[in-house]
Write a protein that binds this ligand. Structure first.
Ligand SMILES: CC(C)(COP(=O)(O)OP(=O)(O)OC[C@H]1O[C@@H](n2cnc3c(N)ncnc32)[C@H](O)[C@@H]1OP(=O)(O)O)[C@@H](O)C(=O)NCCC(=O)NCCS
Length: 177
């Protein structure tokens, strides 16, 4: 669904992706909306970052709703749920890179991110933030960096070994066929 919403190459090339790749989303802050048949029709996740030294924050995104289900309030429901839940869990601020005309309705603006930088190209007018605790981004300066837990990746040696086993089994089957 994310590939459909953004295009695979484009979404993986985003600067925000540099803050998400190889990491797990923040605990309790990954949301999915499901259609009647159980398929995912909307998604939104938040990620742990540092907004400059010693300043924990969340990075929001990607937010996407399946084209068939748009303009019915699903995006807003995902956003409002995520913001409420992040506040309930005690987080101080949410950052994101996205369209200001869409995110302004949830209280996001570019004002709190003026002293912050992202690890790659970005458009300052699209680098937005929302303070959940007043003043959480006061004086925030520096590079935004990822701080979330690492996602488990398969052990390459085990993978190659299992591929070897599979190839041997297939060769054996071919011989005996
Ligand atoms: C952005 C997106 C998640 C909105 O989902 P949705 O379920 O359609 O959102 P809602 O129904 O809550 O809101 C629809 C409203 O948002 C507006 N909207 C949608 N995308 C917008 C954008 N990029 N900029 C400004 N307004 C936008 C619609 O025009 C509509 O306005 P209205 O309420 O005045 O009619 C969805 O359009 C999507 O998945 N887009 C592709 C992925 C994407 O661009 N995601 C990040 C946005 S930067």
């Amino acid at each position: 669904m994310l590939d459909l919403a953004f295009g695979r190459a484009a979404r993986l090339a985003k600067t925000s992706e540099r803050l998400r790749e190889g990491r797990l989303p923040a605990e309790g802050l990954a949301f999915a909306a499901h259609g009647a048949d159980g398929r995912v029709v909307g998604t939104l996740r938040l990620w742990h970052v540092a907004a400059g030294p010693e300043r924990p924050a969340l990075l929001l995104g990607p937010l996407a709703v399946h084209p068939w289900f748009r303009a019915r309030g699903l995006g807003a429901a995902l956003m409002n749920t995520a913001i409420c839940e992040a506040a309930r869990l005690g987080h101080g601020a949410i950052l994101l890179v996205g369209d200001a005309p869409y995110y302004a309705r949830f209280g996001f603006s570019a004002a709190p991110t003026g002293g912050l930088w992202l690890p790659g190209a970005f458009d300052r007018a699209r680098f937005l933030a929302l303070e959940l605790a007043p003043g959480a981004l006061d004086g925030a300066r520096g590079l935004v960096s990822p701080t979330g837990a690492f996602a488990e990746t398969p052990n390459l040696a085990d993978l190659i070994a299992s591929q070897g086993d599979a190839s041997a089994a297939i060769a054996e089957l071919r011989r005996s066929a």
